[in-house]
Ligand binder design. Structure first.
Ligand code: NDP
Ligand code: MG
Length: 424
């Protein structure tokens, strides 16, 4: 363990089978002198991958949120151990302890280690964030939803520097902040790719399909964050995340559309100087920096190739077509449990959209309505019970509202037959 002097840093990977988790595993695999995986957790939908990661890295403990997956994971662990059996040192290693359910995931989040990467998706990552912070671990945070929904609860639990951002924008800001004193910071400027529907009008957004929303122009990510990038809800969440991580007022956090996703964010200082962080869109860079923080991991991913020419563009966000950032600002300013309501309503709407029960434009409409109706704790401290109640209320209300909007879904067959095409 790194903290006991010099050896590899012990890492727990939560959400190890997802987009971020797999890229974190890649960084660790190439840097075994720097990192050692002690624990892994996932939802349980890919037991084979979870088991092979556990055997490959020699994890001490593995958890899955869905208990019925335990038997399959145990079987897969034995099979993966058999396959790896011949490898030097591997045969002698005992199989990892297997835990299940949200409590099992939380136990892994508090497992002895130097840094916990929380790359679980959505509000279900809150338990892990609280467990890791409560156990005093450094938290490399990809699961922004737990910070946003937990708000003052999570921020209050973390000691300064205990949460290290994985989100590329916030990693960029953390790097840029190394360039000046806290009192010299004028504004944070978050960049947004604009998603697949940039420059479309509100009316044009009504008819987009899940397939189109899932085709992100620059990043390859899990489905929820990909839809959140298309609605710009992700950028809204990131504005709140930046406020909570860096203690900067909402009026001093800007969003600018930067199509190429190479400049990951910027910090403007009081003298008129702006420092930007740039790298190709590859999450392994912010992941590696968070795991090694404050040190960089050499060769985490390729740098920008300056032998070719590049054009970087920056433009203001069309807040009329994409009101998600403005609504997030309002939710963030209301503070208390309002950001939890914003996030919960969005999670319900994204699920409804991906399963064909809600039109794309309905996502942000419903999030706006749920936020405006939310009568939660504003400002001040919030307890876990408040966060859970706000989350539950917002989910119920969003479900009611998605039910009333069901007829607005652009049915693909209808849309095609209206144009006289076959619905293949
Ligand atoms: P994915 O959907 O690809 O992966 C999610 C992972 O979390 C899977 O391993 C999944 O396991 C696991 N999981 C889901 N629910 C639970 C649960 N209740 N307990 C334990 N594990 C669970 O998501 P991403 O990797 O794209 O995103 C993860 C987080 O990182 C999100 O908060 C996202 O906003 C953030 N992020 C992602 C970026 C990216 O480039 N992907 C960029 C910046 C932030 P299973 O599949 O078995 O359910
Ligand atoms: Mg981001």
């Amino acid at each position: 363990m790194d903290s006991s002097g010099g050896g590899p840093r012990d890492v727990v990977l939560l959400g190890s089978t997802g987009s971020i988790g797999i890229q974190a595993a890649d960084v660790i695999r190439r840097n075994l002198d720097r990192f050692r995986v002690t624990g892994l957790a996932a939802g349980g939908s890919n037991p084979g991958l979870l088991a092979s990661q556990a055997i490959e890295f020699g994890a001490e403990v593995v958890a899955m949120e869905r208990a019925p997956a335990v038997g399959t994971v145990q079987e897969a662990l034995r099979a993966a151990a058999d396959r790896a059996g011949g490898g030097a040192g591997r045969a002698a290693r005992p199989l990892p302890k297997v835990l299940a359910g949200p409590d099992g995931v939380a136990e892994v989040a508090a497992w002895p280690c130097d840094v916990v990467l929380n790359a679980v998706t959505g509000f279900s990552g809150l338990g892990a964030t609280l467990a890791a912070l409560g156990a005093g671990r450094v938290l490399a945070l990809a699961n922004k939803e737990s910070l946003i929904a937990g708000g003052p609860l999570v921020a209050g639990l973390a000691r300064p520097g205990q949460i290290v951002p994985v989100d590329s924008e916030h990693s960029a800001i953390a790097q840029c902040l190394r360039g000046g004193q806290a009192g010299e910071v004028a504004r944070l400027v978050l960049t947004a790719s604009g998603g697949p529907f940039l420059h479309r009008s509100r009316a044009e957004l009504e008819l987009v399909t899940p397939e189109q929303a899932l085709a992100h122009p620059t990043w390859n990510m899990g489905p929820v964050i990909t839809v959140n990038s298309a609605t710009l809800v992700n950028k809204g969440l990131e504005v709140i995340e930046a406020h909570l991580l860096f203690g900067i007022g909402f009026e001093a956090i800007e969003v600018v559309v930067h199509r190429q996703s190479v400049v990951h964010s910027m910090v403007e200082f009081t003298d008129g100087s702006t420092i930007a962080q740039a790298s190709p869109p590859d999450m392994r860079i912010p992941i590696a920096l968070a795991l090694g923080w404050p040190d960089r991991v050499a060769g985490a991913a390729p740098a920008i190739d300056w032998t070719g020419s590049h054009t970087w563009t920056f433009e203001p966000l069309d807040e009329e077509a994409f009101p998600a950032v403005r609504i997030a600002r309002e939710a963030g300013q209301a503070a208390g449990t309002t950001p939890a309501a914003y996030n919960a309503a969005n999670e319900v709407c994204v699920e409804a959209f991906l399963t064909g029960r809600l039109a794309f434009a309905g996502i942000v409409d419903i999030v706006a309505q749920v936020v405006s109706e939310h009568d939660g704790r504003r400002g001040g401290t919030v307890a876990l019970a408040d966060v859970l109640a706000a989350d539950r209320w917002a989910r119920d209300r969003a479900r009611e509202l998605t039910g009333t909007r069901v007829r607005r879904v652009p049915h693909r067959v209808d849309a095609a037959s209206r144009r006289g095409e076959s619905a293949g």
